[in-house]
Design a binder for this molecule. Structure first.
Ligand SMILES: Cc1cc2nc3c(=O)[nH]c(=O)nc-3n(C[C@H](O)[C@H](O)[C@H](O)COP(=O)(O)O)c2cc1C
Length: 306
């Protein structure tokens, strides 16, 4: 892998490659060290961190679906204080050279600001603001479907941090560009999309919903065409860089996102099938660049021919 061709500065976050591990599918990164070389991971994006520890939802939390999966984990995580005292030091010790982006959410605009302030520490290279979790009652998606609320959260986070702020959008809206423009105007340094699409599976033996939370978030290859379409729409609507994700399993998938306008990408559900996918995708992107005689991955970004 030619690291010069892949080295990426995403919204001020320096990365070895433009391919990251997506929030909630990559732990805190260090759990994957047996499967891949963390130095070749563009960035670790953490599981969503919340103001207090969360046990997550009861009952069944994962359902396989055609070409994808539904999940309703419910933001299980150790909470911000234990993240800072216990998890982050281990990440920095075991993956000192990998960019680390802390994904977080909260129940109120004020708490989003409080979380941003607490995460404004050495060892965190950027924050990803989750306003799009469909699986929790408070916070999350409430902010992700209302442009005014999304802007208020973004402003609150920006006011409280010196780190680059990536706002992660929900695809569960009619016009994604309205949300993208709202958070850009409120100061977001970058936009990530997409989070999961709300879905549901019915168990016909019991006549009950299969998932404990009734509904869950759909991810995996099934959502990729929707994600690519949304990246393209948002790339035409905003100036800030875009982190594209949703169904990326191969280098070819990642290249689609880059051509559609994403400056970097993340691998999510595919990590559960191939735990080395983040690096395999980066290697494949590099081979593609070489085969096309391109010197740097940025030469692909937004080059879609219409
Ligand atoms: C099990 C699971 C847990 C997730 N947890 C989070 C989370 O904590 N915060 C977040 O912003 N996104 C979370 N996501 C969404 C992913 O980061 C990603 O946006 C989505 O799954 C689409 O990408 P994919 O199709 O490659 O999985 C989660 C996804 C899955 C499958």
């Amino acid at each position: 892998m030619n690291m010069e061709r892949l080295a990426t500065d995403f919204a001020g976050i320096k990365m070895a490659t433009p391919v990251m591990g997506a929030s909630g599918t990559f732990g805190f990164g260090i759990e994957y060290s047996d499967f891949l070389d963390l130095k070749k991971v563009g960035a670790i994006i953490s599981k969503g961190i919340t103001p207090v520890p969360r046990a997550g939802n009861n009952g069944v939390r994962i359902a396989e679906t055609p070409s994808g999966m539904l999940n309703c984990i419910g933001l299980e995580n150790p909470g911000i204080d234990r993240f800072l005292s216990d998890v982050l030091p281990r990440v920095r010790q075991q993956a000192p050279d990998t960019a680390f982006i802390a994904n977080f959410s909260a129940g109120t605009v004020e708490d989003y600001g409080m979380m941003a302030a607490k995460l404004d520490v050495d060892g965190v290279d950027g924050v990803e603001v989750n306003i799009s979790c469909p699986n929790v009652k408070e916070g999350g998606i409430v902010f992700g479907t209302d442009p005014k609320a999304a802007a208020a959260v973004t402003e609150s986070v920006k006011k409280n941090t010196s780190k680059p702020v990536i706002v992660k959008l929900s695809p569960n809206v009619t016009d994604i560009t309205v949300m993208a423009k709202a958070v850009e105007d409120a100061g977001a340094d970058a936009i990530a999309l997409i989070n999961t699409l709300t879905g549901m599976v019915v168990d016909i033996r019991t006549w009950k919903p299969l998932l404990g939370n009734i509904t869950g978030g759909l991810s995996g290859p099934a959502v990729k065409p929707i994600a690519v379409r949304m990246v393209w729409q948002v790339a035409n609507a905003v100036k800030v860089p875009i982190l594209g994700l949703g169904g990326i399993a191969t280098a070819e998938d990642a290249i689609e996102f880059l051509l559609a306008g994403a400056s970097a990408v993340a691998v999510g559900a595919e990590n559960f099938i191939h735990p080395d996918a983040v690096v395999k995708v980066a290697e494949g992107v590099d081979s593609y660049l070489e085969s096309r005689g391109l010197k740097h991955v940025s030469e692909l970004v937004g080059q879609l021919r219409i």
